[in-house]
Design a protein around this ligand. Structure first.
Ligand code: UDP
Length: 266
């Protein structure tokens, strides 16, 4: 068993703990769900377990095609051992179909299939509501350098290409998703490929996933828009990825409904 050290950071859906080996950490997936920049909150039993497993599966699959990630291994139902990286303060959003903030911002019709994938940059800052920024802001405020940004841009499109195909094979449209990257410690990195690691998570919390035939939502929009059981959507994704059997062989997991839904008034 890997001994968990002190809490390093707590975010909305995950907690980072120190791990015994230098340069590593334990990423713990919580059951907390938030939306609309923290205005809507709930605890959804089992969400963290599903995201831990789904994200492990996706990051490992990406690793097999040569995308370096922070994931070392999953260590239990809720936790993964990861390489500690310095997160670049940019959310990289890749879109294949218009929905969400894009439709509102530019009055693009919901569901419009984009001619080619669109990459957007958002400055990772909750108090500012993660504003959309241009490449020029990234350079002007030194969020990352040109070489790093060019490398990440290529990685984003490679990842999109792979994931689109992977989901298509299981009857799911990858509508859009968010990626984060981090810089590895110097002694862990020899090349650009070892230095800039895909970090955070890729799960139905960070992707929009629609059933190909019915366009039924299987992602966090179920929670954002009160469309039914979020767990059923996430379980459906895990089931189609063929990664649900481990847990369900032992004992069917029964998840209850959200315990609390609070909407803060501004
Ligand atoms: N996204 C995310 N975290 C964020 C913002 C966005 O994971 O802090 C994901 C979101 O789940 C979606 C994509 O990025 O898959 C595009 O999100 P959009 O900008 O449309 O977000 P909205 O404003 O509609 O929530």
């Amino acid at each position: 068993m890997i001994k968990k050290g002190k809490k390093l950071y707590e975010g909305k859906a995950k907690i980072l703990y120190a791990a015994p080996e230098k340069g590593t950490a334990i990423q713990h997936f919580k059951d907390d769900a938030t939306a609309f920049n923290n205005q809507k909150k709930a605890t959804i039993e089992g969400k963290g377990i599903l995201n831990n497993r789904i994200s492990e599966h996706i990051l490992s699959s990406l690793n097999q095609i040569g995308i370096q990630t922070h994931l070392i291994k999953r260590i239990n139902m809720r936790e993964q051992l990861i390489k500690l990286v310095e997160i670049i303060p940019i959310e990289f959003v890749i879109r294949n179909i218009a929905t969400g903030s894009l439709t509102k911002r530019l009055a693009i019709e919901e569901g419009t299939v984009l001619e080619k994938p669109l990459l957007e940059f958002c400055y990772k800052n909750d108090s500012l509501g993660d504003p959309l920024i241009a490449r020029e802001h990234i350079y002007a405020f030194n969020y990352c350098d040109v070489t790093t940004l060019n490398f990440i841009t290529k990685q984003c499109f490679r990842i999109n290409d792979f994931l689109q195909g992977m989901f298509k094979g299981i009857g799911i449209k990858l509508v859009d998703f968010k990626l984060e990257f981090g810089i590895a410690r110097k002694d862990q990195a020899n090349s650009l490929n070892d230095k800039i690691l895909l970090a955070d998570e890729i799960s139905p919390d960070t992707c929009r996933l629609w059933d190909s035939a019915s366009e039924k939502k299987l992602d966090k929009d179920i929670f954002r828009k009160d469309l039914g059981s979020l767990i059923e959507g996430y379980q459906e994704v895990a089931r189609r990825l063929d990664i649900l059997h481990e847990q369900s062989n032992v004992r069917p997991i029964k998840f209850s409904r959200p315990t609390a839904v609070k909407i803060k008034k501004k």
